[in-house]
Design a binder for this molecule. Structure first.
Ligand code: HEC
Length: 169
């Protein structure tokens, strides 16, 4: 009886070595290929999400106030910073000089002059609310808001009325 010792052991060893070598080679060979295919689907690929976004995004964007796009975020604080200046109510004489003096200083067209008690007495009798309304919305020869237009706040106009009344009581 022959020895049970397998005859093919050396060749199996050789082939194992060879297979290992091929495997190693294969890994070494495919690694760059994998890296290359990564690049193909990576950010430089036309299939990368970045490029797709770039290609499919609209060429113009509509920015609505409050949006962070188009410098909206930068513009908003600037507008907010500019706001506090507006509510500052000017003193009645300043407003009178700009918006009311043209008629009320001279009494043009029958405008009652501040301090002219006779002209003011019947008007004061109407009550301040009525005088405020007449100054804001007009009354006969008295144009709504005088020469102020939108340049004076309601508070400022009513302040002038109160001031003229206080001069004429
Ligand atoms: C273009 C001229 C003109 C300007 C400017 C003007 N007024 Fe008059 N205003 C008049 C005339 C004219 C009257 C008198 C109306 C009447 O009773 O016939 C009058 C009357 C008034 C009266 C009395 C209303 C009443 O019920 O009798 C008040 C209050 C008044 N003006 C406030 C103002 C204030 C405040 C301003 C400035 C913001 C102003 N006016 C600017 C012409 C003017």
């Amino acid at each position: 009886m022959h020895s049970a010792k397998p005859q093919h052991t050396p060749s199996r060893t050789v082939s194992t070595v060879l297979v290992s070598a091929f495997l190693a080679l294969g890994i070494a060979w495919t690694a760059p290929a994998v890296a290359a295919s990564d690049a193909a689907s990576g950010q430089y690929s036309i299939n990368s999400p970045i490029k797709v976004e770039e290609r499919t995004s609209p060429s113009a964007k509509v920015c609505v106030e409050g949006d962070t796009c188009g410098g909206g975020a930068a513009a908003a604080p600037a507008a907010a910073a500019a706001e506090p200046a507006a509510p500052a109510t000017r003193d009645p004489q300043t407003v009178f000089n700009t918006g009311c003096a043209a008629c009320h200083a001279s009494g043009a067209a029958g405008a009652p002059k501040p301090g002219d008690k006779a002209a003011w007495a019947p008007r004061i009798a109407e009550g301040k609310d009525t005088l405020h309304q007449h100054a804001l919305h007009g009354f006969k020869g008295m144009p709504a808001r005088g020469l102020c237009g939108s340049g004076c706040t309601d508070e400022e106009i009513m302040g002038v009325v109160d001031w003229m009344v206080s001069q004429s009581e």
